[in-house]
Design a protein around this ligand. Structure first.
Ligand code: DQA
Length: 167
């Protein structure tokens, strides 16, 4: 029997640069849902599922890195939309790899069907998975996939490092 099945997970949701503009930012690409509405949807889902959420949006790479470092000791997992840092930030990648907290990368748009410079993610190789292209729903899918993974590995000595590295 899994004695930890009723455990409440604590998850950090991180929104990267320019995501504070959602609702008015390129609505043909990102939709009209505001960040506040996405966060409300996440909080509703988390309440029903018994998940503790802390949410941060920042336009600053260092603030995102600090939040990842500060997640050590309380967060079981991280859901991150790194915005444009997805394609450029080795520092963000190193922070995720450095803390070893299972992390899911999410995107509103399908980065693989957009400009070529968006096809590559420097973050994805240190994440347990990536969800891209489902609009605001990407966040719920990411959170749900992450908590399912955490639940299935509770009490089991799973090496997330081994499962996520293919380089
Ligand atoms: C994004 C995709 C990125 O390429 C872009 O820079 C963003 C948003 C998305 O959610 O679709 O800021 O992460």
């Amino acid at each position: 029997m899994n004695t930890t099945e009723n455990r409440q997970f604590s998850i950090l949701i991180l929104h990267g640069p320019n995501l504070n503009l959602l609702g008015t930012r390129e609505p043909e690409v990102y939709g009209e849902t505001t960040l506040e509405a996405i966060n409300a949807k996440l909080r509703d889902y988390a309440r029903v599922q018994g998940i503790e959420l802390r949410i941060l949006q920042s336009n600053h790479e260092g603030a995102l890195i600090d939040a990842i470092h500060d997640a050590v000791g309380w967060a079981d997992g991280i859901v991150i939309n790194p915005g444009a840092y997805t394609h450029t930030s080795i520092a963000l990648r190193d922070a995720i790899a450095g803390v070893g907290i299972p992390t899911v990368e999410v995107h509103l748009s399908n980065i693989h069907s957009r400009e070529e410079f968006r096809h590559a993610s420097v973050i994805a190789p240190v994440c347990v998975g990536q969800i891209s292209g489902f609009g605001a729903e990407s966040y719920i899918l990411g959170l749900s996939a992450l908590t399912a993974l955490l639940a299935s590995s509770s009490g089991v000595d799973v090496d997330f490092g081994a499962s996520r590295r293919h380089d």
